[in-house]
Design a protein. Structure first.
Lengths: 112, 112
């Protein structure tokens, strides 16, 4: 079992819809969770982080964490073509210091 | 805003050369990281550092070394470049073990 798993996609949604990106992780002791956006040929850009169970909202983005289910998700409301990118889930595993374990990424395509 | 600066966006070198990739961060971050990213393989950690003159091996350290003589600067060294080290190299920094990592723009390195 991979430590951090994401569906590779591509996930295709129409403009204006809600995009839902999902991530599961294996270590129950994980303490911090991050979502990065990466455009083709560019470096990852931090868009959300969450430490506690529940929802965290920032503009059109909502991160959801359920530690009991070892599940973290990212919702993008009112999706725009400019949201088309690969979204990387990253998890700070227990006792790994500052190391992050990254998922393989989900490719999102928002169609006009 | 955190600024992580990588010395080159594109670099072309020949096999057998010694290659230096430089990374500087301006936020007094304790932790610095070097990754490589290849299609289908995701982000892979090469080396990281929690403090000046300190280094830890990541998942794929073979063929690489690092240097951290000053807190703000973390260098990746390819001792004798080989074609299988052609890749996108990403530097990142963070302020603590649970904090997000912030990435530089990346260096696309080609070894001919």
């Amino acid at each position: 079992q991979k430590e951090v798993e994401q569906n590779s996609g591509p996930l295709s949604v129409p403009e204006g819809a809600i995009a839902s990106l999902n991530c599961t992780y294996s270590d129950r002791g994980s303490q911090s969770f991050f979502w990065y956006r990466q455009y083709s040929g560019k470096s990852p850009e931090l868009i959300m982080f969450i430490y506690s169970n529940g929802d965290k909202e920032d503009g059109r983005f909502t991160a959801q964490l359920n530690k009991a289910s070892q599940y973290v998700s990212l919702l993008i409301r009112d999706s725009q073509p400019s949201d088309s990118a690969t979204y990387l889930c990253a998890v700070n595993m227990n006792n790994q210091g500052g190391k992050l374990i990254f998922g393989q990424g989900t490719e999102l395509s928002v169609k006009p | 805003d955190v600024k992580v600066t990588q010395s080159s966006r594109y670099l072309v070198k020949r096999t057998g050369e010694k290659v230096f990739l430089e990374c500087v961060q301006d936020m007094d971050h304790e932790n610095m990281f070097w990754y490589r990213q290849d299609p289908g393989l995701g982000l892979r950690l090469i080396y990281f550092s929690y403090d000046v003159k300190m280094k830890e091996k990541g998942d794929i350290p073979e063929g690489y070394s690092v240097s951290r003589e000053k807190k703000e600067r973390f260098s990746l060294i390819l001792e004798s470049a080989s074609t299988n080290q052609t890749s996108m190299y990403l530097c990142a920094s963070s302020s603590g073990s649970l904090e997000p990592q912030h990435f530089g723009d990346g260096t696309r390195l080609s070894i001919l």
